[in-house]
Design a protein around this ligand. Structure first.
Ligand code: ADP
Ligand code: ASP
Ligand code: MG
Length: 441
């Protein structure tokens, strides 16, 4: 069985919803994971932000604007008045629930309750639409089987047991629809897999059912060799290894949620990235196989904090790094990049929740400098460090001030740390030096 995930734009218009129906009705039994309609989760986050800021009028206004959008969609998507009524009642109840939440105190749980509504709406509407079109589709509620544990990792044992149970209990169907993104936490409260998490839902499900393939359908024809939002003339990469795709997703290629690759890689399930608006295009196939050497793609990750730890005592002292790492471990903060010299260590973190406490402890034995607003630019491929054309990337040093370089840590990745203000220029220059000049040879 395959697992197909469709993102926000794929279910964001009547035209695309109809395309999704065409794509999934090929006669094969499958599980379909849906995101919320595009714009919905952002609107829900905004509603939560207004409640947090105690601006209830703005929150109510946002709810009203969003509900109008759904009224239009229901009207266009459903033909008979009884079905329109049934779906309308479900969506009305969701908006009434959202309205009732505006009088509650803002907490993380309240945020989680609010942002979970988008996927509940899209999956309900889409299942009813498929039924209207004569497709034997059934909804598998994610909150009945998708759960994370206390460390926020998927609780695979629970998911496997409960997914199997609800499939067995449901009436037979050709297509099972479920919500991406949303889940329960270890205490049974509604939670989520973080923004963009529907991709991750798809590979988690793929892993537990040992799917033949996971497909991520989106609004672009696969993983591009650079960020198409900032760089012109990027192109889709036909094949990526799990390691290459994981690095790109982790280091900011928005097309995939950072953790998507892991469950697929563990179970060796190929992941195909496809374009809903151009289903014929090949897309990208992510698998165990490696195709070609050298730099294949560039991605950027923002909100990085760089920390320089200087200590005269580091000179020739063993055990210094251990002391540093123990502090980061104590505050459960993982380190992405690291460079060292005899008297200083520079490292980066992407989670500054415990930064103040970390600095306080580091300052007990060193001088600490912190730079916020940094971005990691990651160049990914196979054997990039050894490849004869890799040196080209260093031409970028002529144009941009690079704060750190991590080279040789892995065979698949070279990372540069730059000020976020220089991110777009760095991506553009690197594109020229690494890809365009090479093509001109
Ligand atoms: P969905 O809503 O379907 O999950 P996303 O917006 O999360 O879609 O991801 C698709 C978007 O990712 C593309 O429209 C593109 O702008 C962006 N993107 C960023 N980096 C890349 C990349 N390297 N390759 C392809 N798309 C990328
Ligand atoms: N709807 C969620 C979000 O916008 C999850 C997703 O789209 O993957 O973050
Ligand atoms: Mg996404």
């Amino acid at each position: 069985m395959k697992v197909l995930k469709f993102g926000g734009t794929s279910v964001g218009s009547i035209k695309n919803i109809k395309s999704v129906k065409e794509i999934i009705t090929d006669g094969d039994k499958k599980i379909v994971v849906l995101s919320a309609m595009s714009g919905t989760t952002n609107a829900l986050v905004e509603i939560s932000d207004y409640i947090k800021a105690k601006d209830i009028d703005a929150a109510l206004n946002c709810i009203e604007v969003l509900s109008q959008k759904y009224i239009v969609v229901i009207d266009e998507l459903f033909e008979n008045s009884q079905l329109k009524q049934e779906v309308g009642n479900y969506i009305d109840a969701i908006f009434e629930y959202l309205t009732s939440l505006t009088s509650e105190k803002h907490t993380e749980l309240l945020y989680n309750k609010i942002v979970s509504q988008g996927e509940l709406m899209s999956t309900y509407m889409f299942t009813k639409f498929l039924n209207q079109e004569g497709v034997n589709a059934r909804l598998l509620p994610a909150l009945e089987f998708m759960r994370i544990d206390k460390t926020n990792d998927p609780d695979v044992f629970y998911i496997k047991q409960n997914l199997q149970r609800i499939i067995d209990e449901a009436l037979p169907a050709d297509i099972y629809i479920t919500q991406g993104f949303i889940c329960l936490d270890a205490y049974g409260n509604v939670a989520n897999l973080q923004r963009g998490g529907s991709d991750y839902t798809a590979t988690i499900i793929g892993g537990v059912i040992e799917a033949d393939e996971v497909q991520i359908w989106t609004d672009i024809d696969g993983m591009h060799n650079n960020d198409p939002r900032f760089v012109k003339n990027t192109h889709a990469i036909s094949n990526l290894s799990f390691d290459e795709a994981a690095e790109l997703a982790y280091f900011g290629a928005k097309i995939l949620h950072p953790q998507t690759v892991m469950p697929a890689q563990e179970a060796n399930i190929p992941v195909r990235l496809k374009n809903t608006e151009d289903p014929e295009s090949y897309g990208t196939l992510i698998s165990q196989e490696t195709h070609g050497d050298g730099i294949k793609a560039i991605a950027a990750k923002d909100n990085i904090t760089a920390i320089k730890i200087k200590s005269a005592r580091m000179l020739l002292a063993h055990g210094f790094l251990k002391k540093v790492f123990e502090i980061f471990e104590k505050y459960e903060t993982s380190i992405d990049m690291i460079t060292t010299s005899e008297i200083a260590v520079s490292l980066t973190i992407d989670n500054d929740k415990n930064l103040a406490a970390i600095i306080e402890e580091l300052e007990k034995f060193s001088l600490v400098e912190v730079d916020n607003q940094q971005s990691i630019i990651c160049l990914v491929g196979h054997s990039v460090v050894k490849h004869h054309e890799t040196h080209r990337l260093f031409k970028v040093l002529q144009d941009i001030s690079v704060r750190m370089i991590s080279y040789g840590g892995s065979n698949n990745n070279i990372s540069l740390l730059v000020n976020t203000n220089d991110k777009i220029a760095t991506l553009q220059h690197l594109n020229k030096y690494v890809f365009e000049d090479v093509e001109a040879l």
